[in-house]
Design a binder for this molecule. Structure first.
Ligand code: GLY
Length: 320
């Protein structure tokens, strides 16, 4: 355990505990508030719903829930909510989480037949003594809290699954089968920051597989004093590096949101001994001043941003 005097010694030397370099405090990366950012270009319509809340002085947590629900309800989005591609058994199983400005969190994983997992995750946070519920237990909790059961496998997704059964090859296609997992971060007028992340996960996954999206610290992390980060892409790699937590810790060490996201993408490549074949992962981050950024391993990822300058998709820098 690091003692207080050791902590003071390392910080005096310009190092945070565990060797993280410290950037001088005067380094500020400022932006505008309110602001909402989300993953991929498809985040633009989700941003509209979030901005409805933020532009009226509303609460960041309400904004991120309203925002990501747009994609959960979008049947054309093949990696989120209803219409999402199923697992190998033809079951659509959903993962989601949410965090508020106090660092409180709620999460559901491997949940079936409930269209809005992010809202169930919020109920877990607000109305249960737990942080995470999975599978049948998550569904029963949702039904107890007024959610309705429905079939989430659309005819289009079922037809694609039947085609996949001919080959049964599991090799997620970069920027296609992992493409629309939506993560969102919002900072409201009062300076409250919140985040949400929701997905149907990797197409054709094994039954029972859970990705990064509902895992606090992997798919999403908020530190009330610093800011937040969310991830998208191949969940297994993001879990192995606790990606979103890493991004927030890098911002704590003084890096800009973009630099922090870059470090997390590099860490994935380093951890896999430089072998990045077939791996796409991307992060977006927002700090308490409203500065934001993103970074991806492979080209083709955008951060969608809505602030007083309007709603737009901004391509991010990438490693490969
Ligand atoms: N990032 C979504 C997943 O891997 O499930």
């Amino acid at each position: 355990m690091l003692k207080r005097k050791d902590f003071l010694k390392t910080t005096a030397l310009g190092l945070l505990p565990f060797g993280i370099p410290m950037v001088p405090n005067q380094t500020r990366f400022t932006g505008k508030k309110p602001v909402v950012i989300s993953t991929w270009r498809t985040g633009l319509s989700a941003n509209e719903a979030a901005w409805e809340v933020l532009s009226k002085g509303g609460y960041a947590l309400d904004a991120v829930e309203a925002g990501v629900k747009v994609e959960e309800a979008n049947k054309d989005n093949k990696t989120v909510g209803i219409g999402g591609y199923p697992d190998r058994e033809g079951k659509v199983t959903l993962d989601a989480c949410i965090m508020d400005e106090r660092g409180e969190c709620g999460s559901v994983a491997f949940m079936q037949n409930i269209k809005h997992p992010v809202s169930v995750a919020r109920k877990v946070m607000e109305e249960s003594p737990h942080c995470m519920l999975v599978g049948e237990g998550a569904k029963l909790f949702a039904l107890d809290h007024g959610f309705e059961e429905e079939d989430l496998l659309t005819p289009d997704a079922e037809a694609e699954w039947k085609k996949w059964l001919d080959q049964k090859e599991y090799k997620p296609k970069i920027n296609i089968e992992n493409h629309d997992t939506i993560g969102m971060l919002a900072l409201d007028e009062k300076g409250r920051i919140s985040g949400a992340c929701t997905t149907s996960g990797a197409a054709w996954k094994m039954h029972g597989r859970v990705g990064d999206s509902p895992i606090i610290g992997a798919g999403l992390f908020i530190d009330p004093a610093i800011g937040g980060a969310v991830a998208t892409g191949l969940g297994e790699e993001i879990i192995k590096t606790a990606g979103s937590h890493l991004v927030v810790e890098m911002m704590r060490a003084g890096h800009s949101p973009e630099e922090a996201c870059k470090i997390a993408t590099e860490r994935i490549i380093e951890r896999s001994s430089g072998n990045s074949e077939g791996v796409q992962a991307a992060f977006i981050a927002l700090n308490k001043e409203g500065a934001y950024g993103g970074y991806s391993i492979v080209e083709g990822f955008d951060v969608s941003v809505y602030n007083t300058d309007g709603n737009r998709a901004e391509p991010v820098q990438y490693l490969i």
